[in-house]
Unconditional design. Structure first.
Length: 388
């Protein structure tokens, strides 16, 4: 019997080996892994370049307190700011810590300019920003907050797509709007570019900050380094995690110069945040993602994938309602509960994972090969054919 507490309903399968897009189970079966730790292994399993980065670093320095200089963290922060809107970075260890840090940066900014009462964060109802006490109340999802009272104050909500409701919910106490550029757990719901532009405009008009949670959709998954880049919108604060470590735990909050002005020694910290091993692996991930042609290829191959998935949708319009998403952040929305379908895919050696709204999430590594996509298409078509 497992000594792990029962907070997960785990599938009865474990793996001994991973390589690229594939996982090998204890009982010798080979699976095409289109979960990749939920958009975490951006370069697949056991990537040789990442292994080298980790083992090289592990032989030098494992951990140093943030009381000292950490050159690997300096380098990663420099790279992140050179490649994005950001001027400054704080390292964390996970996505929820990154979103919490984003909230703290926003509040601290208004505090530092003498407006401490401007401290409320406006979020989308049933979004996902992580599992800490503050993040569950930010997410505004009853299933996540149930039993964890008292309620954490400081968060207001509007419904996805409800522009009037959004405008009405902004008060003179609103410090920031925080949304996922593409809702991941919520069912791969994309905020269109014109809405991102609208959000930026409202934030400018009301003098509030725009936080775009790119923990799941960022780090190349959309075909751009950040999913918001396509819209040309510049956010103020962006939490990241998942894909940046390529499988090694690391999170970070990126911010522009203005919002960083509230961050002075002592206001925030983390024992493990900026760990040399984590930063070295993340630097290696950045090396690969910014290699010439890498993101162009993500765009190209994902276009092919979406096209093939839409072909299946057209063949089985009574099973698949919609193909959602951008780049390699893909959702297959079914008409019915998706549990059974996911199991059938797994029986056929394709691993996928659920999201809200009957969605099956498909998250290949960003360096996925065309023939692996073709294999997944074959399996999905087969399951559709046999599905009742
Ligand atoms: C996964 C996720 C988080 C939480 O990340 P953890 O590493 O699980 O804490 C936060 N925001 C979004 C959008 C996510 O997808």
């Amino acid at each position: 019997m497992s000594s792990l507490a029962k907070n997960y309903n785990r599938k009865k399968i474990a793996f001994t080996k991973g390589k690229g897009s594939f996982l090998y189970s204890i009982n010798g079966k080979k699976y095409l892994d289109f979960v990749q730790g939920i958009a975490v292994n951006s370069l697949g399993h056991a990537n040789p370049y990442l292994i080298k980065a980790l083992t090289n670093q592990a032989k030098k320095v494992w951990h140093v307190s943030n009381a000292f200089q950490i050159p690997e963290g300096e380098r990663l922060a420099k790279r992140l700011t050179q490649k994005t809107f950001a001027d400054y970075v704080i390292f964390q260890n996970s996505g929820t810590e990154a979103t919490e840090a984003a909230i703290k940066v926003a509040r601290r900014y208004f505090y530092s300019i003498g407006q401490p009462k401007k401290n409320r964060i406006l979020c989308v109802k049933n979004s996902f920003h992580g599992r800490t006490i503050a993040a569950i109340y930010a997410s505004g999802n009853k299933k996540m907050t149930e039993g964890f009272g008292p309620k954490v104050d400081g968060f207001d909500h509007f419904t996805f797509g409800d522009h009037k409701g959004l405008k009405k919910a902004i008060t003179n106490k609103t410090a920031a709007i925080m949304v996922e550029t593409i809702m991941g757990e919520g069912g791969i719901k994309v905020i269109p570019d014109w809405c991102l532009k609208g959000l930026r405009k409202i934030c400018n008009q009301k003098k509030i900050l725009l936080i775009l949670d790119e923990v799941q959709c960022g780090i190349g998954r959309s075909g751009n380094f950040f999913a918001f880049e396509k819209s040309k919108v510049k956010p103020d604060i962006v939490p990241i995690a998942k894909g940046i470590g390529g499988g090694f735990p690391i999170g970070a909050v990126l911010m522009n110069k203005k919002t960083a002005s509230g961050i002075v020694p002592g206001v925030h910290g983390s024992t493990f945040g900026g760990n040399p091993n984590a930063c070295s692996v993340a630097l290696a991930v950045m090396d690969q993602i910014f290699k010439k042609g890498f993101l162009t290829n993500v765009k190209k191959i994902s276009k092919y994938f979406h096209y093939e998935l839409n072909k299946i949708r057209n063949e089985y319009p009574h099973i698949i309602k919609e193909v959602r998403g951008v780049g390699l952040l893909i959702g297959l929305q079914l008409f019915k509960d998706q549990t059974n379908f996911i199991q059938k895919l797994m029986d056929n050696k394709l691993l996928t994972i659920r999201a809200a709204e009957n969605v099956i999430r498909i998250l290949p590594p960003l360096n996925v090969k065309k023939k692996e996509i073709d294999l997944s298409i074959k399996i999905i078509r087969k399951v559709c054919k046999e599905y009742k």
